[in-house]
Design a protein around this ligand. Structure first.
Ligand SMILES: C[S@@+](CC[C@H](N)C(=O)[O-])C[C@H]1O[C@@H](n2cnc3c(N)ncnc32)[C@H](O)[C@@H]1O
Ligand code: SF4
Length: 382
């Protein structure tokens, strides 16, 4: 793993992101001390107070989207994501909620407009609603969107607090509508809490997008039913190809299903109209004329989406990955714990963005029996 680039000396600086700002006062979360947003010497405010993105990578892409994994733990063990006997990190290695807030806030000062909280299962992290409360205070002050990807198992408890924090849209992973198949795919889950969570989110006014990983011979016959179900309840649907990340105790060539095949099959039942709709992510969307909802396809294997990549990923231990499919990374935890100043933190982030690679090299076939990257999606944050 590469270290933080030269120019930042751990131990220097005053740690300007310390406690004491006390900005958050949301209805359902205890106080989380916040670092304040200052204009910063390298930032310019645009008319109307919006902030220009100033993180441009070596390939000219503006980096405006940060995905943050707040835990590597999960209450499920989806077959494409984890092995059954995962070893999780000791909790002391995780960034505290205050450290996560400080780092996210530095990214916002540098032009990050969208933050997605993910994991592992983000909603199993204790007190994570405090982080949503704190980041929600940044909305309208540089941050335009705060969102979350969840398996939905704890969503019934948290949906209203998420909405009160300013979250408007969420992604919920649901690969099947069949209770038995759900138990098989997740190795230990029950579908009811996830369905309850989805409907609680809808009731709280959150727009829900269902994410389903397409698996050969597992759920490939279900997508017509899922499109109809999503149409009935007002959800968009996004199908995802399996990506070769982390050891999963199985052969990925058995799971891999190119979505080009699925799309052609779906066209026999549904009228799919191409649309320019984008969520800033890699999905290509189509309107489903019969339901009035959208279906997206995320195809890292059959279509390389790197040319429009606008994101970087932060793990729960403070490691920043510039690409989901590459190993290069930088560890921010030592800097945070050495008490660097906000300026030094921003310099370090900018220097790491300058190392963002052009793209990933995912490939799944029988000659490549090792994952393209050793870490699981639950570590980097899917
Ligand atoms: C890692 S999970 C984390 C958030 C939450 N636990 C959930 O399941 O939504 C984020 C997304 O990554 C997807 N995912 C996990 N491993 C994957 C893989 N190897 N290939 C493709 N998608 C994967 C999941 O289906 C989920 O939609
Ligand atoms: S996909 Fe999400 S719910 Fe499934 S094991 Fe991975 S982190 Fe957990």
């Amino acid at each position: 793993m590469a270290g933080i680039p030269a120019g930042v000396e751990p131990g220097q600086g005053a740690g300007a992101g310390g406690p004491g700002q006390g900005l958050n006062s949301g209805p359902n979360w205890p106080s989380l001390a916040l670092c304040h947003i200052s204009p910063g010497k390298r930032r310019q405010s645009a008319p109307g107070g919006s902030l220009h993105p100033i993180m441009i990578d070596p390939f000219g892409r503006a980096i405006t989207y940060l995905r943050v994994s707040v835990t590597d733990r999960c209450d499920l063990r989806c077959v494409y994501c984890m092995s059954d006997d995962m070893t999780f990190l000791p909790k002391r290695q995780l960034l505290t909620l205050e450290e996560l807030d400080r780092l996210c806030t530095a990214f916002i000062r540098l032009g990050t407009t969208k933050i997605r909280i993910t994991g592992g299962e983000p909603l199993v992290r204790r007190d994570v609603m405090r982080l949503f409360g704190a980041l929600g205070q940044r909305l309208g002050h540089g941050l335009k969107e705060l969102t979350v990807t969840t398996n939905g198992s704890q969503l019934a408890t948290h949906a209203e607090t998420l909405a009160a924090s300013g979250v408007k849209r969420i992604n919920v992973s649901l690969d099947t509508l069949d209770p038995q198949r759900f138990a098989q795919i997740t190795r230990r889950g029950r579908i009811e809490p996830t369905l309850d969570g989805i409907f609680a989110a809808k009731a709280a006014g959150l727009a829900v997008k269902i994410n389903a990983v397409a698996m050969k011979g597992v759920n490939e016959e279900e997508f017509n039913a899922m499109i109809a179900w999503c149409g009935e309840h007002g959800f968009d649907l996004c199908l995802i190809e399996t990506m070769p990340m982390g050891d999963i105790e199985g052969d990925r060539t058995d799971q891999y299903l190119p979505l080009s095949i699925i799309r052609a099959r779906l066209r026999q039942t549904w009228t799919l109209q191409e649309t320019e709709y984008r969520t800033g992510g890699p999905a290509r969307y189509y309107d489903v004329r019969e339901t009035g909802r959208r279906i997206g396809f995320i195809t890292p294997m059959t279509h390389n989406f790197c040319e429009s990549c606008n994101r970087v990923r932060l793990t729960c231990t403070g490691t920043l990955y510039m690409c989901l499919g590459q190993e290069d990374s930088a560890d921010f935890r030592p800097l945070l714990r050495a008490g660097v100043s906000d300026d030094q933190l921003e310099d370090a982030i900018q220097a790491v963005i300058a190392r963002k690679p052009k793209g990933h090299d995912f490939i799944i076939d029988r000659r490549h029996d090792k994952p393209a990257v050793g870490r699981h999606m639950s570590v980097t944050g899917g």
